[in-house]
Design a protein around this ligand. Structure first.
Ligand code: ZN
Ligand code: ZN
Length: 296
């Protein structure tokens, strides 16, 4: 796994170097501890599912925390505070509560996702690139662009129907209600949900990679992109996107009246399913209709 080179080996080498430096003379007790630390580079073996699970969980959890705080923080200060939910400020302590919920969900989502990543590392998916028999040149630019577009359309369709199912009776009460605690979400609400809720909405991305050949870096890039997108649709900004795009205003409207706008990237499935409501119609404008405040 490429992450070995960027995560496990540098950590082991740095720890071993620091431990060795603690010895006043070569070969002391700290040097022997350093050798033990160095041994984790090969034991358990790099190809073992147990090791891949531990590394996958670590990378998913650290990566998710990094991207969550980085993109949500940037969005919060530069977009949400200027353009988002201007007439509906978050309630006191909401941002902290959103961060607390997301911080509990992220490590558990990592645990649920790590087994899928282990299967991908073991070669059961159609991902290609470093460490596999095929590379970028086997497929080329056109294939890469077309699969990326199909990936977005496929996952958008799956997430629409998964999201609708998450609003069904006991499923809603058990899994999705937590996320609808935020009537006027901030970007920090993007990952504030029940861990199974977040995980089940990520499964279509992996399903696609098990059936359609994709370059590993394209897959990773699109996975990061969906996280940025998820942050952006929670910033409450009423910046009108093209009519086929599901923007922040659509999703904020979903948080207020959750019978509509279940989509992720596009409005096609909401249109098809009869659940599309434009947040730009008079009376639904997020930042103009102050009377909404009295209803909530
Ligand atoms: Zn949401
Ligand atoms: Zn919902």
């Amino acid at each position: 796994m490429g992450f070995e080179m960027f995560l496990v080996e540098p950590i082991a080498d740095t720890a071993a170097m620091l431990l060795t430096a603690m010895d006043s003379q070569p070969g002391g007790k700290w040097s022997s501890a350093a050798r033990t630390v160095q041994a984790i580079k090969t034991n358990p073996p790099v190809e073992s599912p147990l090791r891949q699970f531990i590394v996958a969980w670590s990378v998913l959890t650290i990566g998710a925390f990094f991207f969550y705080f980085f993109f949500s923080g940037l969005n919060y200060y530069f977009i949400h505070r200027r353009y988002g939910n201007l007439d509906h400020a978050p309630y006191p302590g909401q941002v902290r509560a959103e961060i607390m919920m997301a911080s509990k969900a992220i490590p558990v989502m990592g645990l649920l996702t790590a087994p899928i990543v282990v299967l991908e590392c073991q070669g059961y998916s159609r991902l290609y690139g470093p460490g596999t028999p095929h590379g970028y040149s086997d497929y080329g630019h056109t294939y890469t662009v077309v699969t990326a577009l199909i990936f977005l359309l496929f996952t958008d369709a799956c997430i629409y129907w998964i999201h609708r199912a998450l609003h069904y009776g006991w499923i809603y009460q058990t899994l999705h209600k937590d996320h609808h605690k935020w009537k006027h979400p901030t970007p920090f609400a993007s990952h504030a949900f029940h861990p199974v809720d977040g995980w089940v909405q990520s499964v279509p991305y992996h399903i696609f990679a098990f059936f359609v050949p994709m370059h590993k870096l394209v897959f990773l890039g699109l996975f990061i992109f969906v996280n940025i997108w998820t942050v952006s649709i929670h910033d409450g900004a009423s910046i009108k996107p093209p009519s086929w795009l599901n923007g922040a205003a659509h999703h904020t409207y979903h948080h207020k009246d959750f019978s509509f706008n279940y989509g992720q990237y596009f409005v096609f499935w909401d249109w098809f399913g009869g659940t599309l409501r434009s947040p730009y119609d008079p009376g639904r404008l997020l930042n103009k209709n102050k009377s909404d405040k009295k209803k909530l």
